[in-house]
Design a protein around this ligand. Structure first.
Ligand SMILES: [Zn+2]
Length: 137
């Protein structure tokens, strides 16, 4: 396994959101003014709290449109969580979303099968009431 690139600032272990100077948002010269301004406002996620939140850009998140996707997305979340690429809360929420997707897909599939069965039962009932049953097949 390869060791992830960390922030160039001594003692900083941040592996995500590194700028072109290989520094995290807290240590990058380019973001210093914005970070200080955000800290002054008090609402932005900076410092220790920012280090606890580890997410990935949307284009790096695997697709989730089929049951096969759910299997590979689960494996991806496991790898990301185990390697520290996702923080525990984000990994938990991602897993929850995958579970919700699997359950809703399952229910949609069951509903489709149920409707097909209901149509077959209705067709069978129509046949038996009109006497079609007596005809040889
Ligand atoms: Zn840093």
């Amino acid at each position: 396994m390869t060791t992830p690139t960390t922030c160039a600032q001594a003692g900083c272990g941040t592996t995500f959101g590194l700028d072109e100077d290989r520094r995290c948002r807290n240590h990058s010269e380019r973001h210093r003014a914005a970070a200080q301004e955000a800290r002054a406002k008090g609402g932005a996620v900076t410092g220790g709290r920012a280090l606890k939140i580890r997410t990935v850009p949307l284009d790096q998140v695997p697709p989730l449109t089929s049951m096969d996707d759910a299997v590979s997305a689960s494996a991806w979340v496991f790898r990301m969580a185990a390697s520290g690429g996702l923080d525990p809360s984000s990994a938990r929420e991602a897993n929850r979303a995958i579970t919700t997707f699997v359950h809703s897909t399952d229910k949609a599939d069951l509903l489709k099968r149920l409707k097909t069965l209901e149509q077959k039962v209705r067709a069978y009932e129509t046949q038996t009431t009109t006497g079609d049953r007596a005809q040889p097949r």
